[in-house]
Design a binder for this molecule. Structure first.
Ligand SMILES: [Fe+2]
Length: 301
C-alpha cells in the first residue's frame, strides 16, 4: 500500500469509503478483490469497521492483507472486533494488518489528508434507559465496565484530534437507530449508548460503525437540532452528527454478499471555498458539520 500522505490535499475534498464486517475467511479468497479495487478507485481513504476476519485466525488476516495490499492504494484505517478476537490472536491479526500498511486503531487517533480519525472497537450493553447497568453479579459489572472502558478510550482519542473534520470509527453501534432491522432481542449485543456520550461531547463530522448485518444505513446521535432529517448538502436544515452504519447486506451463515459502502466526503479547512457547491458555513457550534457532504448510500456489485 502507498504510504500515508503526511499533509492534506489542498483545494479538494477528501472522500472516505467505509465498510465493515468483511469476515475474511468466509468468502472465497480473492473474491472481494474487484470490490476492493472499485472502492479504492473512488475514495481517498478507506475505513474498515471491524470483523475483518471471520474466525480471528492469522491465516484469514494474511488473506485479507494480501488482497488489501494488491488492491488498496490509498490510506486505510481500521478497527478490529469480536470475530477478530475469537481465536485469542487479535494481537497477531493487528500485527499482520499493520504489516500490510493498515492503521489499526484501538483507542488511538490519526490524521489522514487533514481528516482526523478516532478508532475503537466499542462494546455492547444496550441503549438508553434499557442499557445494562453495573449492578448485581460481578460478571454483569465486568460486562458493563468493558463498555465504559471502550467509551473512555473513544473519548480520549477523539478529544485529542485537532482537525476540523473528525471521524469516529467503531465496530459496535453507538445508537440503536442504525441497527433497526436486526432482531430486537439482540440489539443490546450490537452496541451501547455509552459510546454515544463521548460523541455528544466531541461531535465528529461522521461516525462509521458495524456490526448489524440488517441495519439502517443512516442515523443520528442525540446531539443537534431536532428537526434535522439528513445532512444532505442541499438541506436547509442544520445537520447533526451522524452515525452511519456500515452494516453488511450479507448475513451469516455464508455465502456472504459484498457489503455496501458508506461514503462520506469531507472538506479539510484549507480546502473550503464557496465555488465548489458545498453548503456555506453558518455560525454556531455545529457550523463545521455543514461542510460534511454525504453521498447517497450505494451498493457496489
Ligand atoms: Fe460481523
Amino acid at each position: 500500500m502507498n504510504p500515508v500522505e503526511p499533509t492534506p490535499r489542498a483545494g479538494r475534498a477528501v472522500r472516505i469509503a467505509a465498510v465493515g464486517d468483511l469476515h475474511y475467511g468466509r468468502a472465497v479468497p480473492g473474491s472481494l478483490q474487484p470490490w476492493l479495487s472499485q472502492m479504492a478507485a473512488s475514495a481517498d481513504i478507506v475505513a474498515l469497521c471491524g470483523d475483518l476476519t471471520d474466525h480471528g485466525l492469522p491465516e484469514e488476516a494474511r488473506l485479507l492483507a494480501a488482497d488489501l495490499t494488491s488492491q488498496l492504494k490509498v490510506p486505510t484505517v481500521a478497527v478490529l472486533d469480536n470475530h477478530d478476537y475469537e481465536a485469542g490472536q487479535a494481537a497477531e491479526i493487528k500485527k499482520i494488518l499493520e504489516g500490510a500498511g493498515l492503521l489499526v486503531l484501538d483507542g488511538e487517533h490519526v490524521e489522514l489528508l487533514g481528516v482526523g480519525f478516532a478508532g475503537v472497537k466499542g462494546f455492547g450493553g444496550g441503549f438508553g434507559v434499557h442499557a445494562l447497568q453495573a449492578w448485581g453479579e460481578e460478571l454483569i459489572k465486568s460486562f458493563v465496565q468493558e463498555a465504559v472502558t471502550e467509551a473512555l478510550k473513544l473519548e480520549t482519542a477523539i478529544a485529542r484530534l485537532r482537525t476540523e473534520h473528525r471521524v469516529a470509527l467503531l465496530h459496535y453501534a453507538p445508537i440503536d437507530e442504525t441497527i433497526r432491522g436486526e432482531a430486537p432481542e439482540i440489539h443490546a449485543f450490537l452496541g451501547s449508548s455509552r459510546l454515544e456520550e463521548p460523541l455528544a461531547r466531541h461531535p465528529p463530522t461522521a461516525i462509521f460503525h458495524g456490526p448489524a448485518h440488517h441495519g439502517q444505513p443512516l442515523g443520528h446521535t442525540r446531539v443537534g437540532t431536532p428537526d434535522t432529517t439528513s445532512p444532505r448538502p442541499c438541506s436547509s436544515k442544520r445537520p447533526r452528527p451522524v452515525a452511519r452504519s456500515t452494516s453488511s447486506s450479507s448475513s451469516p451463515p455464508p455465502p456472504p454478499e459484498p457489503p455496501p459502502e458508506a461514503a462520506a466526503t469531507v472538506r479539510p479547512t484549507h480546502a473550503a471555498g464557496p465555488d465548489r457547491g458545498e453548503p456555506s458555513r453558518t455560525p454556531g457550534p455545529l457550523s463545521r458539520l455543514r461542510e460534511a457532504v454525504y453521498d447517497a448510500w450505494r451498493c457496489l456489485p
